[in-house]
Design a protein around this ligand. Structure first.
Ligand SMILES: NC(=O)c1ccc[n+]([C@@H]2O[C@H](COP(=O)([O-])OP(=O)(O)OC[C@H]3O[C@@H](n4cnc5c(N)ncnc54)[C@H](OP(=O)(O)O)[C@@H]3O)[C@@H](O)[C@H]2O)c1
Length: 324
């Protein structure tokens, strides 16, 4: 396996994904988000395929995508010829398109398309995509029977649910979902400036052995020091942080020097990686340089306890933030 990181000897960590028993890399490659593996940032198909292949070369075994991301075919091409059993694939089907709820027939067609585009006879985790609280009951009544049929047919192994974090920042939908016992895996928004899942979601997922995938670890807010300053300025304006909050001193305290790339990005990913409630942190990128930097971050040691304390003390009370 090619490896340019001989100065960071630690291997990528693998975690058990809750009750699924699947072993997943703590770094999960995200096929959606703002980059969609480069589909939204101008890469050619061949370049996007290269991003996926590079992640596999560096030890990533978990890839997430979704019907709406337009990357299932890219991933299908990238994994052709790989040992399928070594890989854990996750995809998602929409519960609504715009304001319109999908029918059971549309939902089934979406899963069939995902299987075909990924070029696989089974998907390890199939999720309901970005579900809003008001969609939950419809989804259970009309679409869950379809999901269960695919599972019984052996075409999906485990059932998951992702939230619409930007519109549901305190996890109302997932709190409702945790009253039911359908869920093998949940996809949860969590980052430096929104740690609410640590209180309302992770204690229950751990108690019930539900696998957790983290999203929004970096998003837009933690891509650069300037983006972080902007996010802090917004939190000051909203009253979440005091007017005299000293962002530059904090940035200096938070960021250990990283060999390349943004120190705030390094800290943001490692903060989520170190959260015990998260089994795999999804990293969305269409940039091989970023991919390599981020994998190097995931191979670094845990953040120091004093850094974690500082993050919790400074931002642990903030709830109205996604990172978009
Ligand atoms: N509701 C849902 O189900 C849902 C919603 C959102 C996301 N997701 C899943 O979660 C995955 C991750 O999405 P996310 O938005 O949470 O990803 P993220 O990793 O938190 O943020 C990705 C963004 O950060 C940038 N970035 C990554 N590494 C960087 C680096 N080293 N330096 C500077 N910028 C960097 C990327 O741009 P570059 O391309 O330039 O690197 C991209 O714009 C998605 O791919 C998808 O699988 C699911």
């Amino acid at each position: 396996m090619p490896d340019n990181f001989s100065d960071t000897p630690a291997a990528l960590h693998y975690n058990l994904l809750g009750r699924t028993g699947l072993s997943v890399s703590a770094f999960g490659l995200g096929g959606g988000g703002k980059s969609c593996l480069g589909r939204k940032t101008g890469l050619s198909e061949a370049q996007s395929i290269r991003v996926v292949k590079r992640a596999l070369e560096l030890g990533v075994n978990f890839i997430d995508t979704g019907a709406r991301n337009g990357t299932e075919g890219i991933i299908g091409s990238a994994i052709r010829g790989e040992d399928r059993q070594r890989l854990v694939l996750s995809s998602k089907a929409n519960v609504s398109i715009g304001e319109t709820l999908v029918t059971a027939r549309q939902f089934a067609a979406s899963i069939d398309n995902s299987l075909q585009a990924l070029g696989t006879s089974y998907i390890d985790i199939m999720q309901f995509h970005g579900v809003l609280p008001e969609e939950y009951d419809y989804m259970l009544a009309e679409l869950m029977p379809v999901m269960l049929q695919f599972q019984q047919a052996g075409k999906i192994r485990f059932i998951g649910l992702s939230e619409h974090f930007d519109r549901d920042r305190e996890h109302a939908m997932l709190q409702r979902a945790l009253q039911d016992d359908y869920w093998d895996v949940l996809m949860v928004g969590y980052n430096l400036l929104n740690q609410t899942a640590g209180r309302s979601i992770f204690p229950l997922t751990r108690e019930r052995n539900i696998g957790v995938l983290g999203m929004f670890a970096v998003r837009r807010a933690f891509t650069t020091a300037d983006a972080f300053r902007h996010a802090i300025a917004e939190r000051i304006a909203s009253g979440d942080l005091p007017k005299d909050f000293d962002v530059d001193t904090l940035l200096g305290q938070l960021s250990e020097p990283s060999r390349s790339g943004s120190a705030v990005t390094d800290t943001a990913y490692r903060f989520c990686r170190d959260e015990q409630g998260i089994d795999s942190v999804l990293v969305g990128t269409g940039d091989i340089g970023h991919l390599e930097q981020n994998i190097a971050s995931f191979r670094r040691p845990p953040l120091p306890a004093q850094t974690l304390r500082l993050i919790e003390q400074s931002f642990g009370h903030i709830a109205d933030f996604s990172g978009n």
